[in-house]
Design a binder for this molecule. Sequence first.
Ligand code: IPD
Ligand code: CA
Ligand code: CA
Length: 268
Amino acid sequence: MDKMERNQVYLNAEAWVLEAGEQIRNKINEPRIIETKSNPNDLVTEMDKQTEKFLVEKIKETYPEHYIIGEEGYGDELTSLQGTVWIIDPIDGTMNFVHQRKNFAISVAVFHDEIGEIGLVYDVMADELYHAKRSEGAYKNEELLPELRRDLKLEESIVDMNHYFLCPNRVVDEKIMHQMIRTVRGSRSYGSAALEFAYVAEGIIDGYLSMRLAPWDIAAGIVLVNEVGGVSTTLDGVSLNMLTNNSILTCNPKIQEQLLAFIKNGRK
Ligand code: IPD
Ligand code: CA
Ligand code: CA
C-alpha cells in the first residue's frame, strides 16, 4: 500500500471511528441490552453490534474489494491476510462499557498483505484518539508520541497484566508472577487490551501481558507500538499470527528479554 493510498484510507477510517464514537457517547446513558457469549463474564451489548455494523457498512460501501475481520461477525471469514484487511473491535472493554461507562475503545486496524498499515484506538469517553500509519509515527490526538525510552530498567517499569496470571493452576507458575510483580515498580490492569497497547505506545506503561487475545483486540495496538519502537510477540517470544488467538507480550524493547525470562522460568 503506497503512502497516498494509506493516507486516504486513514482519513476515512478516522472519520468513521470518530462518528461511531459520537454515536456511543450520545447513547451512553440509555438502558443496555446485555447478552453473554463464551461465558457469563464475556459480555456483548446492542451497541457493540450496532457499532460494528456501522463500520462494516461504511467500509463495504467505499471499499467493496477490501476484507473485514470483526469481533461481532459482520465481517468476512478469512483464511489469509492477503489484500487489504480491516480488523475491527467495535467496543474493546465491553465490561468497562457496561459497568463503568468509560475506559473502553473502538479499535480499527488496516493490514495490507499481512503488514499493519494503519492503527486507530479511540478512547470514546475521553475523546482521545491514538493513531498511527506505518513509518509515519504514532500520535495521541495531535501529539506525536516519542520513541520509547532506551534507558529503561525493569525495576523502574510499570507492567500491566490481567489478574488471572496470579491464580493457581494457570500455565505460568503464580509464584514466578508474584516475583515479577515484586521486581517491577508497579502493576496495572485497565480492562481494554486496545487501550493497554496504546498506553505502551504512549510510554505510560512499559509492558502488557495477556494469556489469550483475539486479532481484533491487538491489531491496531500493534501498529501503534511498532511506530514508537516497541515490540509485540507471544509470551514465548514468537511472532504473532493475526488469524488466530495469541498470548501477548507487548513492551518497551529494553525489558522484553527479562519479562520473557520470567514467563519461561514459570512455565508449568
Ligand atoms: C476484552 C478486553 C479485555 C481482555 C479480554 C478481551 P472485549 O475485549 O480487551 O481487556 O482482557 O481478553 O476479550 O470482549 O471487551 O472486546
Ligand atoms: Ca476486545
Ligand atoms: Ca469487543
